[in-house]
Ligand binder design. Structure first.
Ligand SMILES: [Zn+2]
Length: 270
């Protein structure tokens, strides 16, 4: 079984710009089928743009599709009480499976007071807070992302202050993998997804692909292979490439089961 714990119904810059979100959804379902991916968690963006779906629009689009689940999000700088209440209701009805925080795009540290109510909501429903960490691509038409906010070291602050909060460091803090390893090792409530690191088949054996594999191996030897979740960051990365990349990491069959689906099932309560 394979669960993709991190993807987006988004119009990627490397795909033709005249795509609609409906067409992206169709190609997602096609790619899931051909790569034998059983379930995928679609992460919404904190606002609707020409390239990304807001949570409300994403929920409309994927309604009734059993193979897809949603991860909610909100505008960390401008949310109101009513926005938190909506997330609370969606979590109650199990329509969303977790909440994503866009640190780098919104220029906010994870230990900022404004994030506290979101963590409390995650704890109440026992679902993970997912943090975009590491390299952050500038979005067309958006203010530049700032990566000081996306260093995985800051996740330790929250993990220490909220020991009951399940947390996922998205993109294993790339390129700060060894810092991510320490945060995973130190905090039992923190996990990491391996999404968004390699894009296409030719990356697998490139100097960069080989380096990423070595760095991930270093990370799981230092921390624990069972702290990792499989995710792609599709449509950025091809699903087929990512399954191969993950199988190449040198994990045992049992550890690979945790990475491919067991961690996602337990953490997101699927
Ligand atoms: Zn992503």
């Amino acid at each position: 079984m394979i669960i993709d714990a991190h993807m987006h119904i988004a119009i990627s810059e490397i795909k033709p710009k005249e795509l609609t979100f409906e067409q992206v959804l169709k190609s997602l379902l096609r790619e899931m089928k051909s790569s034998r991916v059983d379930y995928a968690l679609a992460i919404a963006y904190y606002k609707q743009t020409n390239f990304n779906l807001s949570l409300a629009e994403e929920l409309k689009l994927i309604q009734g599709i059993k193979k897809l689940g949603a991860i909610g999000t909100l505008d960390l700088l401008n949310y109101r009480k009513i926005d938190l209440e909506l997330l609370d209701e969606l979590l109650n009805k199990k329509i969303i499976k977790g909440i994503k925080l866009n640190l780098g795009y919104q220029h906010i540290y994870p230990n900022d007071k404004r994030c506290g109510p979101i963590y409390k909501l995650c704890i109440k429903h026992d679902v993970p807070a997912v943090f975009h960490t590491g390299d952050t691509l500038d979005m067309p038409g958006e203010p530049a992302a700032k990566i000081k906010y996306t260093h995985p070291i800051h996740i330790d602050d929250v993990a220490s202050d909220f020991p009951d909060l399940k947390m996922i460091i998205a993109h294993i803090g790339n390129p700060w993998l060894i810092d991510c390893a320490e945060v995973l090792y130190k905090n039992k409530n923190v996990y990491a997804d391996i999404s968004g690191l390699v894009i296409k088949d030719s990356d697998l054996n490139s100097p960069y692909g080989v380096l990423m594999k070595k760095r991930i191996q270093e990370l799981y030897i230092y921390s624990d292979p069972r702290k990792l979740l499989y995710g792609t960051d599709w449509p950025l990365a091809s699903m087929k490439t990512y399954i191969q990349f993950t199988k190449n990491l040198g994990l045992s069959k049992m550890d690979l089961d945790y990475v491919f689906y067991k961690n996602a099932m337990r953490l997101f309560k699927l």
